[in-house]
Design a protein around this ligand. Structure first.
Ligand code: FES
Length: 583
């Protein structure tokens, strides 16, 4: 782009008026007369885009009046951490006329915005994060580069694999299905969450691997589980890092590592309401994206949740009125022989387990899963059946329950999906215990299906709805603008699915609908779990039920104030040269 010069005013005029605003090559510039010279900056505050021409200059310091960010007028550098530096433009006086050049003295490039993204995360500055993301994408920096940078920041600055890293992994998993705008919004939510958590995180005190000794993986596994069980985080982390050095860093991801970590995560029953298993799964998914060479930096983030977890066996309602813990521990002990009994056989899922899984007899639930294993069902197959049962809990959630009651079935569905993901990497008796735990978690939520909501179309079909994909997608957003459209939304989603419309467009619409609301990370988790469960069969009745269930879950809290995307929306508009705050 040419660095043309534009006439501003005569020297006398500018000195008398103090400043002048003009548009040069489409961008707003304000030129100030100050301390005997002329200084030009972009007429948008780098904090939130308000016009700097409305600010005040005193002794070479420009103050933006919106949030009082202050800048050195000569260099554009900010005196306040919460605001970025502002671009400056050269001026020249020629025959009594002040001119300004249309290109900034230092044109911000990808490196600048990449540093800005880190700065924004360090300072938890929403607008700096938003602007950096928008500009990095405008400069055609690919998402994988941005994701890697954010993940590395989270590893260095967080002290656990928190909600921000979970959302980041979800967004990364879904990115190929999302439009640019939805991805930008979703990424912004992830990065802001990570920045907020890093801001409040106590510094980690990392430990290293054991420095000598030829420890077998079997020994390291025993030690790891022992330290996790006894809640000795530092010791658990040292053992884990030792195992990682042996297995992952030398040979890449190894089933022994998955067994070590996921096996420890299933020692306690339904640990931390299922969050631990989801964390374990998400760490591996994130490493798939950013590279397993990051394992040594990323895995220790699990230490805190691993060592501080609380199992369902510590909750009285898993013991009373029916003791479910003892039968679970019994079947866990039999798992090696159950898996051996089913080896070599084939088993076909025909939904026949569902009535029992959704019934009110926990011992019968354990028994049908046990029988299925003997008949040749793999833990992976059963994990999927349990996940579908968990999805039906959401699909049939009775709306007379409280909004907070969605919490239980959300967790059961998320955890069942995590179990399914982990078992795709590795199946061992230790990990397979989680299938039984999750089935009982689904049982625990049985009263939330009383009375059961009808599945979409169950009473009268869906032919009253449009057949047009775009109309259905538009109607979904409309339904979320009202508080009483939960069942309509479920019907719209089901209709879309049964008609075989493009799956990715539906995923994008549901993600957009989620990201625009002020919702917590559970809503991202259930969406991604649903996508993960139905992606290979997106137009079946099972898919319709699962997707309708998570849509109902979202609808139950919509609409919210929808404040989460204000900054990224403003940043995107400003990047296109739109005047946002001038009125
Ligand atoms: S300080 Fe300028 S917009 Fe906030």
């Amino acid at each position: 782009m040419n660095n043309d010069r534009f006439e501003v005013a005569t020297v006398a005029e500018l000195e008398q008026e103090g400043m002048k605003v003009l548009t040069a090559d489409g961008q707003p510039i304000v030129v100030f007369a100050s301390n005997g010279g002329f200084h030009a900056v972009e007429d948008r505050c780098p904090h939130m885009g308000f016009p700097l021409s409305k600010g005040t200059v005193k002794d070479g310091i420009l103050t933006c009046h919106w949030h009082q960010a202050r800048f050195d007028l000569c260099s554009g550098c900010s005196f306040d951490r919460f605001a970025d530096d502002t671009p400056v433009f050269d001026t020249i006086v020629d025959k009594g006329i002040v001119y300004v050049y249309s290109q900034p003295r230092r044109a911000p490039d990808a490196a600048y915005f990449s540093q800005g993204l880190v700065r924004g995360m360090e300072q938890n500055s929403g607008f700096t994060i938003a602007r950096s993301l928008v500009m990095l994408r405008r400069l055609e920096i690919d998402w994988s580069t941005i994701i890697r940078q954010v993940a590395q920041f989270a590893s260095r600055n967080g002290n656990s694999f928190g909600t921000g890293s979970t959302i980041l992994t979800i967004v990364t998993n879904l990115q190929p299905r999302l439009t640019e705008q939805t991805m930008l919004f979703a990424m912004f939510r992830a990065v802001r969450e990570i920045a907020g958590q890093a801001m409040n995180a106590a510094p980690r005190r990392p430990v290293g691997p054991l420095t000598a000794g030829d420890h077998s993986m079997a020994l390291l596994k025993r030690w790891y589980r022992h330290w996790v069980q006894s809640r000795h985080g530092d010791a658990a982390e040292r053992v884990l890092l030792t195992a990682l050095h042996r297995q992952v860093l030398e040979t890449g991801i190894d089933k022994a590592i998955v067994d070590l970590i996921a096996g420890a995560a299933t020692d306690r029953i339904y640990d931390s309401g299922g969050h631990l298993l989801d964390n374990v799964n998400k760490v591996m998914e994130l490493l798939d994206h950013v590279g397993w060479e990051q394992a040594e930096a990323t895995y220790p983030l699990l230490t805190d949740v691993m060592a501080s977890g609380r199992g369902a066996e510590e909750s009285s309602h898993w013991h009373h009125p029916i003791d479910i813990v003892t039968p679970l521990r019994d079947v866990e002990a039999r798992l090696p022989e159950l898996l051996a009994a089913g080896a070599g056989k084939t088993w076909q899922d025909d939904d026949s387990l569902l009535p029992t899984l959704l019934g009110d007899d926990p011992l019968a639930i354990i028994a049908v899963l046990e029988d299925a294993l003997i008949a040749g069902a793999t833990p992976l197959q059963l994990a999927r059946v349990v996940c579908y049962a968990a999805g039906l809990r959401l699909a049939r959630f009775g709306l007379s329950n409280e909004v907070g009651d969605w919490f239980g079935p959300q967790h059961a569905f998320i955890t069942a999906n995590a179990m399914h993901g982990i078992l795709q990497r590795c199946t061992t008796p230790d990990i397979a215990r989680g299938v039984f735990h999750n089935a009982i978690a689904v049982y625990m939520d049985r009263f939330l299906n009383i009375p059961p909501a009808a599945l979409p179309g169950e009473a009268g079909g869906l032919d009253h709805l449009s057949t047009d994909a775009n109309e259905l997608l538009a109607a979904m957003l409309d339904a979320l603008d009202r508080k009483d459209r939960t069942e309509l939304l479920a019907e719209l989603v089901s209709r879309y699915v049964e008609l075989g419309h493009p799956f990715d467009a539906l995923v994008d619409r549901l993600m957009y609908a989620t990201v625009r609301e002020d919702v917590n990370f559970h809503y991202f988790q259930v969406l991604e779990a649903a996508v993960s469960q139905v992606a290979d069969q997106p137009h079946t009745p099972h898919a319709a039920h699962i997707l309708a269930g998570i849509a109902r879950n979202l609808s139950a809290i919509c609409p919210t104030a929808r404040a989460s995307l204000q900054l990224i929306t403003v940043a995107a508009r400003l990047s296109k040269g739109e005047r946002v705050h001038e009125g």
